[in-house]
Design a protein around this ligand. Structure first.
Ligand code: 1GP
Length: 255
């Protein structure tokens, strides 16, 4: 099996969109986790992202172990801080918070964790993380001590994304923050997706299959949903149907 990054770049080239379920180890209790895993297997969810802005209980390893015992869906760490590391995962988003001006989250923490990551078996995927105003103050906004990109300032997002790509980052992540009231706008997704050539992840406040579909049409390559699934796990099924429409084998023009 190819590395995860290779899968994402191939998918972007083919227009094959990917569905990610975000698991915050602190929020999903064991029974909830089991249900999410079984629905994810049934619905062919592509990846799990594991992490949260604050993981206060020591649940990370246990959650990864539990997922791996039950299924083969790849697990990617989406760490809210440098303590959220585990060799049980398959890959790690090495996030640089390029929408902010907090040097620690742009490069500082990375310097500290680099020697550990260098000897780890994890696939390290450098990612330009852009926090966008989601209508409420999200945990990530508070914890990162940064100002998010205003919701309607596509030009700022666009220039930030272009700079991230030129700096050599491999992925871009437009995030309105977990539990956002207002997800990233279609105009912003389109602006960033059409001006860059690296895979684009979009998340934060996505609650319905309709919103998933809209975002995919606007140019998102990978959609991340966490909060809505924590509250209504059965959404996994409904949302995953949307991705099937984008699978190359289902498209009549793919022959
Ligand atoms: C947050 O993009 C993720 O970083 C997912 O957000 O929990 O609101 O789906 P939600």
């Amino acid at each position: 099996m190819h590395g995860i990054y290779q899968q994402w770049t191939d998918a972007r080239k083919d227009g094959d969109k990917k569905f990610v379920v975000l698991i915050d180890p602190d929020k999903l209790r064991l029974r909830g986790l089991e249900r999410v895993i079984s629905l994810a297997m049934e619905s062919e969810v592509d990846y799990f992202f594991i992490g949260g802005s604050l993981v206060v209980n020591d649940m990370l390893d246990g959650v990864l172990k539990s997922i791996r015992e039950q299924c083969k869906i790849p697990m990617v760490l989406f760490p809210g801080n440098s303590f959220q590391l585990s060799y049980r995962a398959d890959a790690l988003l090495f996030l640089s918070l390029i929408s902010g001006r907090n040097a620690e989250l742009l490069i500082g923490k990375h310097v500290i964790t680099a020697p550990f990551l260098k000897v780890s078996p994890l696939e390290i995927i450098s990612t330009g993380y852009m926090l966008v105003d989601g209508g409420i103050q999200t945990t990530v906004q508070y914890m990162s001590n940064t100002t998010p990109i205003p919701h309607n300032k596509e030009d700022i997002a666009l220039c930030t994304a272009m700079a991230g790509e030129m700096l050599g980052l491999k992925m871009l992540y437009l995030d309105a923050g977990s539990g956002a009231e207002r997800p990233v706008s279609g105009a912003m997704i389109e602006a960033v997706s059409s001006a860059t050539n690296i895979p684009l992840i979009v998340g934060g406040g996505i609650k319905t299959p309709e919103k998933v579909e809209e975002n995919l049409k606007w140019g998102a390559d990978i959609i991340v949903v966490g909060n809505a699934i924590e509250h209504h796990p059965e959404l996994i099924k409904e949302m995953s149907c949307v991705f099937r429409e984008f699978k190359p084998r289902f498209r009549t023009d793919a022959v």
